[in-house]
Design a protein around this ligand. Structure first.
Ligand code: NDP
Ligand code: 2IT
Length: 459
């Protein structure tokens, strides 16, 4: 792939070394295609680092960083509303604790398996490092499907899930949060069960909490807002802004909703959003209040949007959202939602900026299409780091037993996103790939963790 092209003997030797590590990862983790994909992207980006700095190879940093410190899987039995016993599988990967407690969300979706959790946990190491906050990498979740479940069933499931998970987490060891299928309701039930089991109020054990029990203002908005702040920096570099731009945002969940909100505040016209069934195109611009009502309150399908907005069109099948011409594409739904063909269509229709709100929404082939067609690309680890960054600010507020205002947290978030952008741009330049934010963010995220691992010795 075109993430890095090797021209000198040092670079070729480094490429051969990372290829060897990659082959070992494939052998040790058979069939885990998402995990392989995430590792491949990082390893190829790091070739220039290994060509320059032998200490990382000498300390086997790569061999260690691709191996989770711990992967926990567990049975989650619960009783549904009909009285039937259901069994799901729970996961927590504690991937890397070099720079701080394991930190990362929990995903409840039927597609969850070890590969998905490991790809997410692996990416989280580098993303969390980029935030500048003291947080290591972790992720977890379950193949439980919250869709169509009653509140009571969601509570029963989450209580059973937390009963087991509580043995492995804590404010200074591992701090979960939300992700797909895990929002305020699920975090509330999990916090309640954790508190009951522990017999004390350890506020910092989860983030994304409600505001009445230790949550941080701006956490709900943080990933979407942060994505738009990051994209705004990309736009400024090219002498552009959001004002008047046509934007397509996939998904209609937490990340999408607040990406749409901030993009609209900055003057963009967001013409489409989606869910896993299909997408809505509204040539007048998406009416966000309707999306919030449908998704945050009523938990309905995005299809319902057209019943109150007759000028809008609904199309079955979420993948075709990328056929809509736009200046800026913000994929905010799920992994691998933009493949090579979708990326080519975006390019043919004139897209100039792609920034990732979801984790790994572009395939490796799609990334290659962006990079070779002058599309300025903001990769997930950098562009969507605002959510976990504000989670770390939530932990800080919990430790200090105080609460900052919305404006204070939002100002810190803006600073963090600007720093991530600047550090990624600088690392790309320093390692000979100016303008390539994939290489830049992966290297910038890696170096802090790698240097810490060297400092800690072989552990
Ligand atoms: P939500 O559960 O709030 O929303 C997810 C959205 O994506 C929904 O619209 C959902 O549609 C859609 N979606 C989920 N799975 C699929 C699928 N297989 N195909 C098509 N659409 C799908 O999750 P979030 O908004 O929190 O997360 C979205 C993405 O952002 C994920 O990749 C997540 O890892 C990432 N992310 C989240 C952060 C956060 O703070 N929440 C932080 C950083 C990244 P439907 O309702 O039909 O399932
Ligand atoms: O992918 C992510 O960064 C998240 N789901 C947020 C994790 C967190 O701990 O806030």
């Amino acid at each position: 792939m075109a993430i890095t092209t090797q021209t000198s003997p040092e670079l070729q030797a480094a490429q051969a070394y990372v290829n060897e590590v990659y082959e070992t990862v494939k052998k040790r983790n058979p069939g885990e295609s998402e995990f392989h994909q995430a590792v491949k992207e990082i390893l190829d980006s790091l070739v220039p680092v290994f060509a320059k700095n032998p200490k990382y190879k000498n300390n086997a940093i790569l061999e260690r960083i691709v191996e989770p410190e711990r992967l926990i899987t567990f049975r989650v039995p619960w009783v549904d509303d009909q009285g039937n016993v259901q069994v799901n599988r729970g996961f927590r990967v504690q991937f890397n604790s070099a720079i701080g407690p394991y930190k990362g969300g929990l995903r409840f979706h039927p597609s969850v398996n070890a590969s998905i959790i490991k790809f997410l946990g692996f990416e989280q190491i580098f993303k969390n490092s980029l935030t500048g906050q003291p947080i290591g990498g972790g992720k977890g979740g379950s193949d439980f499907d919250p869709k169509g479940k009653s509140d009571n069933e969601v509570m029963k499931f989450t209580q059973s899930f937390m009963t087991e998970l509580s043995k492995y987490i804590g404010p200074d060891t591992d701090v979960p949060a939300g992700d797909i299928g895990v929002g305020a309701r699920e975090i509330g039930y999990m916090f309640g069960q954790y508190k009951r089991l522990r017999g004390g109020n350890e506020a910092g054990v989860l983030t994304g909490k409600g505001l009445t029990y230790g949550g941080s203002l701006t956490r709900t908005e943080a990933t979407g807002y942060g994505l738009v702040y990051f994209t705004d920096e990309m736009l400024k570099t090219k002498g552009e802004s959001f004002a008047g731009k046509t934007v397509v945002v996939s998904g209609s969940g937490n990340v999408s909703i607040y990406a749409i909100e901030k993009a609209q505040q900055l003057g963009a016209k967001v013409v489409a959003c989606s869910d896993s069934n299909g997408y809505v195109y509204d040539k007048n611009g998406i009416d966000l209040e309707t999306v919030k009502r449908l998704k945050e309150v009523e938990r309905k399908r995005i299809k319902e949007y057209v019943s109150t907005h007759p000028s809008a069109e609904y199309h079955e099948g979420c993948e075709n959202i990328w056929n809509i011409p736009c200046d800026i594409a913000l994929p905010c739904a799920t992994q691998n939602e933009i493949n090579e063909d979708a990326a080519k269509t975006l390019v043919a229709n004139g897209v100039k900026f792609v920034a990732e709100g979801a984790n790994m929404p572009s395939t490796l082939e799609a990334i290659e299409v962006y990079l070779s067609n002058d599309v300025y690309f903001g990769p997930a680890k950098a562009a969507n780091a605002g959510g976990v960054a504000v989670s770390a600010l939530e932990m800080a507020q919990n430790s200090a037993r105080l609460a900052w205002t919305f404006e204070e947290v939002d100002a810190k978030l803006q600073d963090i996103m600007k720093n991530i952008y600047r550090n990624s741009v600088n690392a790309a330049e320093q390692y000979g790939h100016a303008g390539n934010l994939v290489v830049g963010s992966n290297i910038a995220g890696f170096l802090k963790v790698a240097d810490t691992m060297v400092a800690h010795g072989v552990v």
